[in-house]
Design a protein around this ligand. Sequence first.
Ligand code: MN
Length: 235
Amino acid sequence: MKRKDFLKFGALLTAGFGMSHSVAAESGALEAQGEELFKQQPLPYGYNQLEPYVDALTMELHYSKHAAAYCKNLNSAAVQSGIQKGMTLPDLMREISKYPAVIRNNGGGHFNHEFFWGCMQPGGSSINDQHLLAAVQRDFGSVDRLKEKFSEAALKIFGSGWAWLIVDAQQKLQIVTTPNQDNPLMDVVPVQGTPLLALDVWEHAYYLHYQNRRAEYIKNWWAIVNWNQVAALYG
Ligand code: MN
């Protein structure tokens, strides 16, 4: 990755997944309780704002129950695993092989969901960024072909997992999938890369509204994709 891009990505991740300790440190009460290393960022839109593609109840449960639990469980396990304050989520992912499964599962769960919320926006968007568009055309032929390949990969995931658009070590765009709460930053996945876009295909992400119709969830999801974030991450 070019240094410019790395810095941009780093800045965005830092902004998006900022550590809570500076805020927590200002509160004596929090200090006394033991401060939390990791924190959920506020959802960048209301629970109902991705409707009708993702329903409000699914968003509420997904953010306030499922994702909140990953964050809470990560904080509990982080102390026991000797994770120091100042450790960023992306850095933790990059050395996840050093930690027990509870950190991999909950750390991955926390990172993935924080990333995923930003992949969506009310009303959706299209690719306006020429640099990103040129890369998509170079590596997939067209935006439609990228969507087809990504959708196919997401549909084929057996059980729970994620579909990703990444920039790989050769600076090429690639579509990869990860099982459970793994992600492409982790030093345990077959193809590592910088994530640009993610889709959660765990049943909790769609079952209330779509039941077993994962293909329909994936197809509709494109209507709320935040391509502006993808472009910003690509640099
Ligand atoms: Mn999820």
